[in-house]
Design a protein around this ligand. Sequence first.
Ligand code: GLA
Length: 397
Amino acid sequence: MTDLKNFFKQHFGSWPVHRVQAPGRLELLGNHTDYNRGLVLSLAVDRNLEMASAPRKDGKIELVSSAFPEKERFACDRIEKNDSAAWAGYVKGVLLQLRQRRVNFTGFNAAIRSTVPLGAGMSSSAALEVATALTIRRLFPFTLSPGGIATPPKRNSRGELPPLSKPEKLALAGVCRNAESEFVGVNCGLLDQISCLFGKASHLIEIDCQHLTVEHLPLPPGVGVIVCDSGVKHELADGAYNALRRECESAARALGAASLRAVDAARLQANKTRLTEREYQCAYHVIGENHRVVCAGRALWDGDLAQLGEYLFESHASSRDFFKNSCPELDLLVDLARAQPGCLGARLSGGGFGGATINLVRESEAERFSQEIATKYEEQTGRKLSPSRCRLVDGAG
Ligand code: GLA
């Protein structure tokens, strides 16, 4: 916090009044299932975005981020895109969504620092969206309700607000998701935002995107989570992500289903001829992923780590061969991981087309795993790899 406070002071000349933090996330299983009303297993990780803020009286909003050289300054009543500070779009998108729900805010300053890597599939964008929504709540308290806003929460004698209820967290996740689809242009699901808000130390998060329920499952002791950033940047707004979503939705329509969640493997096979080849491949992947999330939950309860890991390898193969959202570097990382002793499972995590793999590795082998995979990846691609251990942490607040 001291660093963040100083960073704020350096830019704005006074101390911040509030500070919020929002973690990055990894997807363990359930790839591209969220917008198909499916199931996901994810985790919030110890890579953090922090936002310090203070109100101002002139109706202006000024943002500064340690990750980008450009400051962004705009008026509360003129929130528009600015290509030369594209990163601020995630903040502006959330502000517009809140305003649509009649949340009243005036000017403020905010300084952002983050250890969530950019473009590595750990959802730095959701962390920024969620931190923005929480900052506005601190500065201008509000309660979201299905119809807009309800009576705002009251601060206690220490000036603190009550913690967010589960429905409020879900509503905030929805606001942040809509900001991403309507302002930034990525028509994503709720995985990133829910994971960021619902993280729990040492636990996985199981999300049902049809019934909007969130459960926590303990990660068995002795298992390390290691993330390997391929160094290939993914750019979800480039249309590839939205195109996959369109294929999934048209597959569901052709099958006469409200979503792919409603379709099982037998129905898909029986109706294969109604689908284009691409629709079939996408549906096959998503239906398989939903199934793997259910089975992985059982494996976790049974402590069957080998089986759990196998589902990760299967998921990656399905991404590579059917959904086609992998890339040669991610495939290589998974192959190299599989050859390491102590590696239980590995797969691409998140949207795909680059970014990172998630690896479940026996703790006793974690060190050796990281060294070996880094050496081999560099030998074969010429790219540096810095495998890094992730702890499962609490959600944003
Ligand atoms: C990105 C999106 C999520 C989800 C994943 C793939 O992270 O933001 O909503 O669709 O890809 O599972």
